[in-house]
Write a protein that binds this ligand. Structure first.
Ligand SMILES: Nc1nc2c(c(=O)[nH]1)N[C@H]1C(S)=C(S)[C@@H](COP(=O)(O)OP(=O)(O)OC[C@H]3O[C@@H](n4cnc5c(N)ncnc54)[C@H](O)[C@@H]3O)O[C@H]1N2
Ligand code: MOO
Length: 436
């Protein structure tokens, strides 16, 4: 029973020789199980950036813990402010004390009293409004300010307005951002329960590829894909397993693929998935795994393979998901961003929102772009802010799928959709921003 064949049979209009980008995404949504990792560990906050929460975090306290002032100024009872008072009316109050941040002021208050207060200081009992000091004239123990500059309740922050004790602060499946780290810290928690990192093994294939350290050789190029894949995976928070460079030899390829399946949740390879004569990669994948080989209607990234490689059942049950990416260096990055990244986020246990692709940005094309309808193109571009208007995107020079220099220069990929045709200078286009 082939899982690949089942999914293929269930997908309307499935054609492995001309699969749309949406078709690939729909296929992967069926193939890739969500939350394949279940083991959890307690992780110190500083180590937790990018980790996925194994359970909801329930707030043990309210944040902020007390009603407090949002401004430096004077706290008073806002009941004295009236909607119908004349525009030039002013308020005069007696200042009876000072509330500093860090300690609660507990003096006695009479009607018409105010307390000088600092930002973050606990609101004195019975006072609900703060006039910022910029509006005030102070004369001895008297403070005066125009009545119309504020309303009752202004500049008071409520206890629990950020987080309420007993309520979920963060959801299971959240991938921890810098803001989430700060939020956990604001609850007084030094660590979080996280799912273990997703393990991803990767290797490059090809006899014309050189490992770093080898002397240059005619007809050979250095292995750059292992480094872009390393960077992409590391930034995603995966545990990376580098299985090196594998020669185009069936026995070595088979052994490496089996080793990868035994160690990892997912496997990424580059090269050897198109139709070249000397490539054994396809044959070995097909022999060991349940595979699909596609020609995707996209550029770059046309040839691609996906499938499941079973593990040695005694040692570890199940199978690893294999992503066989094309060899061209930019095709590797584009197929990773379009397909592998969202799939890995799902496998990592991210909830739907955290695993969703980043929204596309709208930008104005600085010059005309040629585009044939019937495939999705990802063109490297440089997006720049324009004051008071949509950002402008300039297409980077050489769009060859082996050209990394334009990928380095780019800060975004202009996404020219499947049915879209030529773009005129000044037209709006969608851009997938690349992470800085
Ligand atoms: N007759 C056809 N030829 C090709 C087709 C096709 O449909 N019909 N598709 C082209 C496209 S598009 C791509 S992409 C490549 C993909 O081929 P493979 O995935 O089999 O990759 P390779 O042939 O092994 O390599 C392609 C290219 O990339 C360079 N490369 C490979 N690995 C690395 C690495 N680790 N680091 C740096 N560079 C690497 C390799 O030297 C080649 O130049 O096929 C087209 N041909
Ligand atoms: O995948 Mo190939 O790089 O489209 O050119």
């Amino acid at each position: 029973m082939s899982r690949i064949a089942d999914i293929a049979a269930a997908l309307a209009g499935y054609d492995p020789q001309a699969l749309s980008v949406q078709g690939v995404q729909a296929f992967l949504a069926q193939l890739v199980a969500p939350a394949v990792v279940s083991e959890r560990e307690e992780v110190a906050l500083r180590e937790a950036l990018g980790r996925v929460l194994a359970e909801d975090i329930i707030s043990p306290v309210s944040v902020p813990p007390h009603d407090n002032s949002a401004m430096d100024g004077f706290a008073f009872d806002g009941a004295i402010l009236r909607d119908d008072s004349p525009t030039d009316a002013s308020v005069e109050l007696r200042v009876v004390g000072t509330a500093l941040a860090g300690t609660a002021w507990r003096g006695a208050l009479a009607a018409g009293d105010a307390v000088r207060i600092m930002t973050g200081a606990v609101m004195p009992e019975g006072l609900d409004t703060v006039i910022p000091q910029e509006f005030c004239k102070v004369d001895g123990d008297r403070v005066r300010f125009p009545a119309k500059v504020l309303r009752r309740g202004d500049n008071r922050r409520f206890a629990g307005e950020d987080l309420m004790q007993g309520q979920p602060a963060l959801r299971r499946g959240e991938r921890l951002s810098p803001a989430a780290l700060g939020m956990v810290a604001s609850l007084g928690l030094p660590s979080v329960p996280a799912l273990r990192r997703l393990r991803v093994a990767y290797f490059s294939t090809g006899d014309e590829i050189l490992s770093l350290g080898e002397p240059p050789r005619e007809g050979a190029v250095y292995d750059s894909n292992r480094y872009t894949v390393f960077g992409l995976l590391t930034r995603l928070g995966c545990e990376v397993i580098d299985l090196g460079l594998v020669r185009d030899d069936p026995a070595t390829l088979a052994a490496t693929l089996q080793q990868a399946a035994g160690q990892a949740d997912a496997i990424i390879t580059s090269g050897g998935v198109s139709v070249g004569a000397a490539d054994h990669t396809r044959a070995v994948m097909q022999q060991l795994g349940d595979m699909a080989f596609w020609r995707v209607a996209m550029r770059p990234g046309r040839p691609m393979a996906v499938g499941l490689v079973p593990r040695n059942q005694q040692a570890a049950p199940g199978s690893a998901v294999l992503f066989g990416l094309p060899g061209n260096p930019v095709a590797v990055m584009v197929t990773f961003l379009a397909f592998v990244r969202p799939a890995l986020l799902r496998m990592m246990g991210c909830h739907e929102i955290a695993a969703a692709p980043a929204p596309l940005l709208r930008a104005r094309a600085a010059s005309a772009i040629r585009k044939k309808p019937g495939r999705t193109e990802y063109q490297r571009g440089f997006v720049q802010a324009v004051a008071g208007a949509l950002p402008e995107v300039r297409i980077a020079g050489n769009q060859g799928s082996g050209v990394l220099s334009s990928m380095v220069e780019a800060n975004g990929l202009v996404v020219l959709h499947h049915d879209q045709g030529n773009v005129a200078a000044g037209d709006e286009v969608d851009v997938m921003m690349l992470e800085a």
